[in-house]
Design a protein around this ligand. Structure first.
Ligand code: DGT
Ligand code: MG
Length: 594
């Protein structure tokens, strides 16, 4: 897998995202060190008590003479234990707070990034994969702040504190015990090398599973229409199985290494008994010290055992962070030019293509070549042509969804790439070929581009698009909630809502991509009449298949294989006796039969 380069390292990136919370995180880290050092106080006091009051030469006499000291030590042990519990509690809260805030921030930032991306981005990334980045991957990042960082400090602090304490008590025994540490490091290093690619693979499988689920849920109608439920269930089962297998394999990597670590950890008490016992017998250490060593043996063993787990989680974070940072640092290629022209006034609505050629970034095939035409303010331009000839691609160049490979697209005689995207796009009302409505009320959907739109205006635009009639018949009228992608509405109804939505922003340029294809002839006529009587100036660019839609246009463009093959009014094109005339013959023939 190729290594991605980002402007910041993963830790630097987290650091950037906890701005304002850094103080709290540092205090939390100090807290972790503190409560781990406090762990040593109990064995330390135990050592004192054992040596003075339980096993020393004058133990009995000491106990009688310094009874209050004995109780003070016991009380101190209880007090410190309680204090430690309090610090652990506050510490966990602080880590949780910092990690949740960072998660919130990064998620909002990512969402904004995704929202502002261009079409190319959406062609490249699948919804399920993006969703995985926004949820599972980000949670791995949060877990890294809340748990992994804390555990690393905890292990390190505990190990260091205990090592210092051990050395202060008995250097020989401390050396013998810590001699095992390098072995652990070698094991853990080998483990890291093995497990890192596993986590990357696991993360990919997770995204694939989410993509499969998402595509199936949103495409459930197609699945049902073709009775492909069993096939889809089998397909999902396969992906799910691969994910589960990869998950298991990743977990099993540690299981292979674990026995070695466990053997080292289990050897610690043996070393203690052997070396410590010998030293005890040779009077080179006291019984209290032996008890302290024994009581703290876990503090050496536990970090050893935990290291694998920590590393595992860190690798999970690392794989997830790569994916999150890829979006975090991605930049759309279509953005405002640094010296973009400010155009706060309403556009007059002149659209001009000057020798425009275009192909999609991911393929070399030319989609449009040498396109030139002018749509004067207020005119209606119709674009016709067989499927796949480049009609949708052409109109997408006007709001700069894509950029031409060569040539210029101008609005009001200004090249669109010199305009501010926001000003350009809010001047264009677009009803796309693939209608997408939001899970909202019909009212909310129509007023999508202008949330201050009054109720009367919503109705007015619905009338323009011949939607009022069917909407007002619905039990909840304009308050009817439509499901995702407009479930609950017919194709023609969705198109009419989408047309009302495009009109509601009173655009200078209205672009309709096959918007009345699913509407009956009668309703279409009604819509055309409304469109010619709009109460605001508007240039209309209409893609359609029906002659009845395009007949009255000021200019009809016929696209063939990405080139304009015919251009003119209805009468002119009939006289030309080309593709358009043939279309008229074909369609009017059909209309007569109807
Ligand atoms: P329609 O809607 O079926 O009547 O067809 P048009 O005329 O709207 O065709 P259009 O512009 O969608 O597609 C023109 C060509 O470009 C066609 O060969 C498919 C290809 N194409 C469309 N969208 C993309 C895209 O996002 N990426 C790539 N690589 N090719 C695309
Ligand atoms: Mg199209």
């Amino acid at each position: 897998m190729k290594e991605k380069r980002f402007p910041r390292s993963k830790i630097g990136w987290i650091w950037d995202n906890i701005k304002g919370l850094r103080g709290m995180l540092i205090i939390a880290m100090i807290g972790t060190v503190l409560y781990n050092f406090l762990q040593l106080t109990v064995p330390f006091f135990s050592q004192l008590i054992v040596d003075r009051f339980l096993t020393g030469e004058n133990a009995g006499a000491n106990f009688d003479a310094h009874r209050s000291e004995f109780y003070t030590l016991i009380a101190a042990m209880i007090g410190i234990t309680l204090l430690r519990a309090l610090i652990v509690y506050l510490d966990c809260m602080a880590y949780e707070h910092v990690s949740q805030r960072a998660l919130y921030r990064i998620r909002n930032f990512l969402f904004e990034k995704i929202e502002r991306q261009d079409m190319h981005f959406y062609n490249e990334y699948r919804t399920g994969d993006l969703m995985t980045r926004l949820t599972g991957d980000l949670d791995a990042v949060r877990h890294n702040i809340a748990w992994v960082i804390r555990m690393i400090i905890e292990c390190f602090a505990l190990f260091t504190a205990v090592s210092i304490y051990f050395f202060s008590m008995n250097v020989k025994l401390a050396l013998c015990i810590l001699a095992l540490a390098p072995v652990i490091f070698v094991i853990v290093f080998c483990f890291r090398k093995k497990v890192a690619p596993m986590h990357q693979l696991l993360r990919e499988k997770h995204a694939q599973m989410n993509t499969a689920a998402q595509e199936n849920i949103s495409g459930n109608r197609v699945v049902k229409a073709f009775s492909r439920e069993d096939h889809e269930i089998d397909k999902f089962d396969q992906i799910n199985r691969e994910y589960a297998e990869t998950n298991k394999k990743t977990r099993l990597v540690w299981v292979k290494f674990f026995p070695f670590v466990e053997t080292c950890a289990n050897l610690l008490p043996v070393v203690l008994l052997w070396v410590g016992g010998t030293l005890l017998m040779q009077d080179e250490m006291t019984m209290g010290e032996y008890v302290a060593f024994s009581g703290l043996m876990w503090a050496i063993a536990n970090p050893m055992r935990l290291l694998g787990n920590i590393l595992n989680e860190f690798q999970r974070f690392s794989a997830a962070a790569d994916k999150v940072m890829e979006i975090y640092y991605s930049e759309p290629s279509i953005v405002d030019a640094p010296d973009a022209i400010d155009h706060p006034d309403r556009f007059i609505g002149k659209v001009e293509f000057k020798d425009v050629s275009f192909s999609y970034e991911d393929s070399d095939l030319p989609v449009l070549s040498g396109i030139s035409f002018v749509a004067n303010p207020g005119e209606t331009i119709a674009i016709m042509g067989e499927t796949g000839c480049g009609k949708t691609s052409l109109i997408q160049l006007i709001p700069r969804f894509y950029e031409p490979t060569s040539g210029e697209v101008l609005v009001d005689d200004l090249n669109v790439n010199t305009l501010k995207l926001r000003q350009l796009r809010t001047s264009i009302g677009m009803a796309t070929q693939d209608v997408l409505l939001y899970s909202d009320t019909i009212d909310g959907n129509i007023a999508y581009g202008d949330s201050n739109l009054t109720k009367e205006n919503v109705v007015k635009f619905a009338r323009y698009s011949a939607a009022d009639e069917f909407v007002s018949k619905m039990p909840d009228g304009y308050n009817t909630i439509v499901g995702e992608r407009g479930v609950g509405l017919s194709g023609g109804q969705k198109q009419r809502i989408s047309l009302a939505r495009a009109l509601a922003i009173r655009p200078s340029i209205l672009i309709l991509d096959d918007t009345t294809s699913a509407v009956d002839m009668e309703t279409e006529k009604q819509i055309q009449k409304s469109l010619s009587e709009l109460d605001f100036p508007c240039t209309k660019i209409i893609i359609a298949q029906r002659i009845s839609t395009t007949k009255k246009a000021d200019k009809i463009l016929i696209l063939q294989d990405g080139k304009i093959s015919e251009e003119g009014t209805h009468d002119e094109l009939i006289r030309k006796n080309g593709y358009y005339a043939e279309l008229v013959r074909l369609q009017t023939g059909q209309e007569v039969i109807q």
